[in-house]
Ligand binder design. Structure first.
Ligand code: ME8
Length: 687
């Protein structure tokens, strides 16, 4: 039989900033689905990459004083960049595309020309708003209070020559695709697309720009660059070798089985993308799945809002697998979910430490304690053929939705065996339905129900009681422990797409050879060889101390925030000139601190009693308590400007101002009072 192909993609990410946990969510979910299909023995192509063109990148690069390519290279390939993050998160992509790769650029130019030659791309005039100082075009809807969203200044009506794609031509076919097929999922997103975008009338789409240059040039019309979404969407085909010589997989894998995308880009994937494919007369992807957002404090995470969570810190603190698991177990894939550290720790403690961790450690510990790490031969599922076939029959009936009915006498221990075995054997089909329906959270919920059933089985069968009289109950004890190992093995197989590394360790601990880890054996009972070595290894998922972990995480976040700040900042120099005579009017004097006290009820103010050489004490108030304790300043020689008009602060008079030097270090304000040589007498004029 020919091996089934499965082609799955993530969006290609904008490398305009470091990626955050929201991007990680999308990629980890896609990875788990890809791994599931590999587990089933399919020939999987999993593509991810980066979407590197556009004005935003051009602007950011200019602000950083580097070329756009240098800018994106650092974020994609540099330390802590996109590739590093996917490596850390154990993402198993088969291919990584960068839209600045030559083969992609070449193919996009051909695609643009093809649609142009066909008449689906035509030249017209783009009407919009223009901000002169920013040299940027905006649409009406992008404006903020009618002004430029970047600088807040007035904008003018403007026109620019541009190419347009005949999106309107495909409106009916797209509506049919959305309404009458399962192309777009979850189904709830269909109405939104049809009602908000198609029914009001699809307008032709502007697909070239002349106002910036960081894009793929339209080769037959210099000055125009291809709109970034046309460039980006076709990545799914160019990465297979479509219209380029780099790869030769287009025939093999296209059309994609699914594009996994965030909900805000569903419009591009379910309207614009199929329309362009129709224009190119290419087959359409089978599905687009629009997942929800991870929210923080009720809003979508975004770098510009400053509310992003760093996946590196979380992975470092809790481990990669725990983080992967949390993201997919907690939030229903099609809906939004609110991220919090507390929820993450709670999930780790409840599901991983308590349920799964305990099942593995209790089972392996008991096999070690009671049987020296090897179950005796004969401990397998059952040696009673009749009973085995009865169990299988029951399991099959559960699988087809028939209620289980057992007639075991109350307290008959075999009842527990059958229930556990049936639950475990029924799992693979449920899990498969969940995963095929893009519901990894449900697949995990189903798996954890079996894990919980297995933990309950430990309490029901009480192996420690059986162990009290080994001679009488030794066989039964071995049988119970074998059942636990089998249930653990099946759950381990189905969890492996989510936590590949930890499940590898789990298999080692329960002594499951490779042949017992595949999809086929996840649907069978009694597969684990008897007498295999079971080891009580490291605790796979240690319990997390909530308070300690949160404190450590906050400290790490703060350290990372500081590390990202510029090391030293000084105030920009004042452009405006001051004439010499005006400067000379300022009277700077050396002053000696006779006394210094904190001003009551003020956190900031210190009150200085100063000898200014005049014979009368001078009082100056200064808001520098944050930087100095009053006692340390007594006796110091400072510099004050003494001819400022007196000012009242907190009801007290301040006659002058003390000079200090200020700068910012790692985001923190620093201040140093100007202290001069104590040999300088009070009242000496500084000039
Ligand atoms: O949209 N929660 O790139 P991108 C969940 N280049 N998902 C999130 C998220 C959050 N808080 N924040 C971002 C682009 N994402 C285009 C794609 S594809 C041909 C071009 C998801 O880097 C977002 O929903 O802005 C999207 O699916 C993906 O990260 C990439 O976002």
């Amino acid at each position: 039989m020919e091996q089934k192909k499965f082609y799955i993609t993530t969006p290609i990410y904008y490398p305009s900033d470091k990626l955050h946990i929201g991007h990680t969510y999308c990629t980890v979910a896609t990875d788990a689905i890809a791994r599931y299909h590999r587990l089933k023995g399919e020939d999987v192509m999993f593509l991810t990459g980066t979407d590197e063109h556009g004005q935003k990148i051009e602007d950011k690069a200019a602000a950083a004083g580097v070329t756009p390519k240098e800018f994106v290279d650092k974020i994609v390939e540099g330390p802590g960049g996109v590739r590093d993050l996917w490596q850390l998160m154990n993402i198993s992509n088969d291919r990584f595309i960068r839209t600045t790769d030559d083969y992609h650029v070449e193919a996009i130019q051909k695609i643009f020309k093809k649609m142009h030659d066909k008449g689906d791309i035509y030249k017209g005039t783009y009407k919009g708003k223009y901000c002169k100082p920013c040299e940027s075009f905006w649409t009406e809807s992008q404006l903020v209070d009618g002004k430029c969203p970047d600088c807040g200044r007035e904008v003018q009506d403007a026109e620019e020559e541009a190419y347009f794609f005949r999106l309107s031509k495909y409106a009916d076919r797209i509506q049919d695709l959305l309404e009458n097929t399962d192309f777009l999922q979850p189904r709830s997103r269909v109405n939104e697309m049809v009602n908000n975008f198609i029914k009001p009338g699809l307008e032709d789409l502007c697909v070239s720009r002349t106002s910036f240059t960081w894009g793929i040039p339209v080769d037959f019309d210099p000055g125009h660059v291809v709109y970034v979404w046309v460039d980006a969407l076709f990545n799914y085909t160019t990465a297979l070798g479509f219209l380029n010589g780099k790869y030769d997989d287009y025939e093999k894998y296209w059309p994609a089985d699914v594009h996994i995308v965030g909900k805000e880009i569903v419009r591009f994937h379910s309207i614009i993308w199929p329309a362009m494919l129709m224009s190119m007369e290419m087959p359409l992807p089978k599905h687009v799945f629009g997942h929800g957002w991870l929210l923080l404090d009720g809003g979508k995470m975004s770098k510009s809002k400053g509310n992003v969570v760093d996946p590196y810190l979380l992975a470092q603190q809790f481990g990669v697998d725990a983080l992967r698991f949390f993201l997919l177990r907690t939030f229903p894939f099609g809906s939004d979910g609110s991220f919090s550290n507390e929820l993450l720790i709670q999930t780790i403690n409840t599901d991983l430490a308590n349920d799964l961790g305990n099942l593995v450690s209790r089972t392996t510990a008991m096999v070690n304690k009671y049987f020296g790490g090897r179950l005796p031969h004969g401990s397998g599922a059952t040696d009673d053929e009749q009973q085995l076939s009865y169990i299988y029959q029951q399991a099959r009936e559960v699988g087809s939705g028939v209620e289980l009915s057992f007639n075991f006498p109350e307290g008959d221990p075999v009842k527990y065996d059958v229930e556990l075995i049936c639950a475990a054997l029924d799992l693979r089909d449920k899990y498969e339905r969940d995963m095929e329906g893009f519901a990894p959270h449900t697949a995990l919920a189903d798996t954890f129900r079996v894990i919980q059933r297995a933990n309950k089985y430990i309490d029901e069968t009480a192996p420690w009681s059986l162990a009290k009289s080994m001679e009488q109950n030794g066989d039964r004890l071995a049988h119970v422990l074998y059942n636990l190992l089998e249930a653990t093995r099946i759950c381990g197989i189905l969890l492996s797409p989510f936590m590949p590394e930890s499940c590898g360790k789990l298999f080692e601990q329960i002594g499951a050879p490779r042949s017992c880890r595949d999809w086929d054996s996840a649907g069978r009972w009694g597969v684990l060889p008897e007498g295999g070595a079971v080891t009580k290894g490291e605790n796979l998922f240690p319990r997390v101390d909530v308070e300690k972990a949160i404190a450590e995480l906050e400290a790490a976040e703060e350290a990372a925030r500081k590390a990202a700040l510029p090391p030293l900042e000084i105030e920009p120099f004042t452009e405006e000139k001051v004439d010499f005579d005006t400067f000379c009017k300022s009277d700077f004097r050396a002053v000696k601190v006779k006394d210094c006290q904190a001003v009551k009820k003020s956190e900031k103010l210190l009150r200085f009693t100063l000898d200014d050489g005049s014979g009368t004490d001078r009082q100056i108030l200064s808001g520098i308590h944050k930087f100095y304790e009053p006692e340390e300043l007594i006796g110091k020689t400072l510099v004050a400007i003494v001819n400022l008009p007196p000012r009242k602060m907190m009801g007290q008079e301040s006659c002058g101002m003390l000079l200090s030097a200020v700068h910012t270090e790692k985001g923190e304000e620093k201040l140093h009072l100007i202290m001069v040589d104590d040999a300088i007498p009070a009242g000496a004029k500084l000039c």
